[in-house]
Design a binder for this molecule. Structure first.
Ligand code: NI
Length: 179
């Protein structure tokens, strides 16, 4: 397992549309997922997508099963490895919430997302995952899956008066993505 470098906004590799995983349970896929998990843990990420480490595949991970220190007021999300995800909104209600991204270090913005979603995909062995989620869990899934279509959260911001540096917006919050 290796902690990999996380690409930062401006890198064109973050703007690609990722193709699906075609073969499950391979050594290469396990190695990729191990690297993603280790990299996300090293920086307390809420989630991480394969394109963020330069691997153009529909692979995202999110959640740790515990409260994330970068989002201390949000509930824990189960640790999940999700391949070839599909998101369907349930209803048309939106939520607004603060978001950051390991590829946009040191910043946060209010981003509109679907309040409630159904999401599905596969685990590393090709077993189906199908869930409903709302609130922060739904937000994180939408954020990570956006990385698979070349979208970073600033592209979703509508109100740029609520976009700024974490150190200014949330003094004292431990956001170690600044380094
Ligand atoms: Ni991100």
């Amino acid at each position: 397992m290796t902690v990999r470098d996380i690409l930062k906004m401006g890198d064109e590799r973050l703007l690609r549309t990722a193709p699906p995983v075609l073969e499950f349970d391979t050594p290469e896929l396990h190695e990729l997922i191990d690297d993603l998990l280790e990299t996300m843990a090293a920086v307390n990420g809420a989630g991480l997508a394969a394109p963020q480490i330069g691997v153009n595949l529909q692979v995202v991970i999110f959640g740790s099963g515990q409260v994330n220190p970068r989002y201390p007021h949000e509930p824990p999300i189960p640790q999940t490895v999700l391949l070839n995800p599909i998101i369907t909104p349930i209803g048309d209600e939106e939520q607004e919430g603060w978001e950051g991204c390991l590829s946009v270090p040191g910043m946060r913005a209010i981003v509109p997302r679907w309040q409630r979603i159904r999401y599905s995909g596969f685990d590393v062995k090709g077993q189906t995952i199908a869930r409903e989620a709302d609130g922060f869990h739904a937000r994180v899934v939408q954020h990570e899956c956006d990385h698979l279509i070349g979208k970073l959260y600033p592209m979703r911001v509508r109100d740029f008066t609520r976009f700024g540096f974490t150190s200014v917006l949330f003094p004292g919050l431990d956001d170690n993505t600044d380094d």
